[in-house]
Design a protein around this ligand. Structure first.
Ligand code: FES
Length: 330
């Protein structure tokens, strides 16, 4: 049954819009556009972002989480995306105030999107060799290449992986164009998504290979980074901000080389790494430890596939946003 809800006086309401209000089981976003009050569902069709906190650009409100847009008049997306729709509620201005009617006059309309190819698994046939993914985070101008000690050690480890019969993949972050994390997690836990919202909406972003390698492909992941002034490379940080993934590393999970804080004669550093049998051997051993550890895990795979209590936000399902409004799935 249709019910009209009084929201308040025009003058008082004008000061408060845009606003979110719960009317019965509907979460409603109220806007003032070209002098008229408009009411649409407050819950974004994408991941449930609060539309009342979005920015108005003309008649479209932009979701504050990942920038999907909806008309505050029709509830539809802009041209080309107008099959999606959030609920639209009738609004009336009467002498005693502004009223909104429930249920909505237009229901939510969701379009089934193709699942991201990042959700496709890369299954291995039983008995297939382990997969070793090496990621170089060294920044370098490839037109004017230089010798990278961290890359050299990473390549030694990869050689050892090949000798042990593993499938290998080598990703150099410097060859990929990918965007910085936009900090959606800082807006809300739900706003940080998997697959990443950047990957979903920017086909030019090339971090896909890293995601596929880390999530679906690699049994063993080895990362190489230069350490400058005590820090990993900027590309390393740019990458790890994006995936938000957890790893298990074997004991003594890294090798590192330093001649001391005051050794600023890098040419000698390079010479020493090139000549060092110890470091080369250490790279082989690092790979051996990781691969041996994976072999143990793989043997116990069936036990590990059982549901287990895990820590961390991504390990546990977040409560669904309020989507109690009537829904139509096209
Ligand atoms: S754009 Fe609204 S939740 Fe992603």
């Amino acid at each position: 049954m249709a019910t009209w809800h009084r929201l308040g006086d025009r003058s008082e309401l004008s000061q408060r819009v845009p606003l979110a209000i719960k009317l019965e089981r509907w979460s409603v976003a109220v806007f003032l556009y070209e002098g008229q009050f408009r009411a649409i569902g407050n819950t974004c069709n994408h991941k449930g972002g609060p539309l009342s906190e979005g920015r108005l650009r003309g008649e479209f409100v932009m979701c504050p989480w990942h920038a999907w847009e909806y008309s505050v008049i029709t509830g539809k997306g802009p041209e080309g995306y107008d099959e999606e729709q959030v609920p639209v509620f009738a609004v009336e201005e009467r002498t005693d105030g502004v009223y909104v009617q429930t249920p909505p006059t237009m229901p939510r309309k969701l379009i089934k999107h193709m699942p991201s190819h990042l959700l496709e698994e890369h299954p291995k046939t039983p008995g297939a060799p382990p997969r070793v993914l090496a990621i170089s985070t060294t920044a370098m101008d490839d037109v004017n290449p230089r010798f990278s000690t961290s890359d050299a050690l990473l390549e030694h480890a990869l050689d050892q992986a090949k000798r042990r019969g593993a499938d290998t993949q080598h990703i150099k972050l410097r060859d990929l164009r990918f965007r910085h994390c936009e900090g959606n997690y800082s807006k809300a836990a739900r706003a940080c998504t998997w697959p990443c919202a950047i990957t979903e909406r920017d086909p030019e972003d090339q971090l896909t290979a890293v995601y596929e390698g880390l999530v679906h492909w690699g049994d063993v992941v080895i990362i190489g980074t230069p350490i400058r002034w005590g820090n990993a490379s900027s590309l390393y940080y740019k990458m790890i901000e994006r995936p938000e993934l957890g790893f298990v590393f074997p004991p003594f999970p890294f090798i590192a080389h330093s001649r001391g804080w005051d050794a600023e004669d890098m040419q000698n550093n390079v010479r020493q790494v090139k000549m060092s049998d110890t470091l080369r051997e250490a790279s082989y051993e690092l790979l051996d430890r990781a691969l041996d550890f994976w072999t143990i895990i793989d043997k116990h795979k069936t036990e590990m596939d059982k549901p287990m209590e895990r820590a961390g936000r991504k390990a546990n399902t977040l409560p669904e946003p309020e989507t109690a409004e009537e829904e139509v799935i096209a």
